[in-house]
Design a protein around this ligand. Structure first.
Ligand SMILES: [Zn+2]
Length: 253
């Protein structure tokens, strides 16, 4: 379940991108699935846990996962444990503030990381570059041909090395790297992992992230170097993590 879940993982306080507001999700599921054992959890936490246990975070104790999809999901593993926080809502990295008085966000605030580091933000940057002409030529042509810029045509142009699409990806990576520098100051992970649809860009995404991290990290030049990696379990991460968290909850095998 995306969104802010309570510490008991019974209720959804708020889901920014769908209209769940204080919903007793576990009880509703139990009503529809009599006799079933039900565990609910945040989708990004489930994905982060899977990457930590079975994927890109194997062998490290401290990891931050950012899932770059429609929004920006986050999961924090600190000292080998999924960080839940005092109210259950830790790891909502997408809604940490990045730009003072920036773009409005579905959470009710402005300037959240999600508005600058998500797949939707990538399409916005691509649209601005298309409008500006110059390197945006191919983006503008794709927009004309397909009616809009979307994950498919922008993804294709990135894969083809189109300079306009790469510039949009560079802007996205720049914001994400800047966000990671702040996250690093607080959480000090050994690994920053990136999942979600945009992570398919691989090294092309990681490069501008590393660059911006280095430009903004405190103790610049002396700060130890975390690894920036693409997540391994991709679309399976949420399912695998949810299963393992449920197994732990019910202490089966
Ligand atoms: Zn927000």
């Amino acid at each position: 379940m995306p969104g802010f879940l309570d510490a008991q993982r019974e209720r959804v306080y708020y889901a920014p991108n769908i209209s769940f507001r204080d919903v007793p999700l576990r009880a509703l599921l139990a009503e529809g699935l009599p006799g079933a054992s039900i565990v609910i959890d945040n989708d990004a936490n489930a994905a982060g846990w899977a990457e930590f246990r079975f994927g890109v975070g194997r062998g490290v104790s401290d990891m931050v996962l950012l899932t770059i999809g429609t929004g920006v999901g986050g999961a924090i593993v600190a000292d080998g444990r999924l960080l839940r926080g005092g109210f259950g809502v830790a790891g909502e990295i997408g809604h940490a503030s990045l730009v003072p008085d920036g773009l409005a966000c579905g959470c009710g605030q402005h300037g959240c990381i999600e508005q600058y580091g998500s797949g939707r933000a990538l399409l916005r940057f691509a649209g601005e570059i298309a409008d500006a002409g110059g390197v945006g030529l191919q983006l503008a042509a794709a927009r004309r041909a397909d009616g809009a810029l979307d994950a498919t045509n922008v993804g294709r142009l990135i894969a083809e090395g189109d300079p306009g699409a790469l510039a949009a990806l560079g802007q996205l990576g720049g914001w994400l790297g800047r966000a990671c520098a702040s996250l690093g100051a607080v959480l000090d992970p050994r690994v920053f992992a990136f999942g979600g649809g945009v992570a398919a860009a691989g090294e092309l995404l990681l490069e501008p992230i590393r660059e911006a991290f280095h430009a903004h990290v405190p103790a610049r030049g002396f700060h130890p170097e975390p690894d920036f990696r693409i997540a391994e379990l991709v679309n399976d991460a949420g399912v695998v993590g949810a299963a393992d968290l449920a197994r732990a909850r019910f202490a089966v095998g």
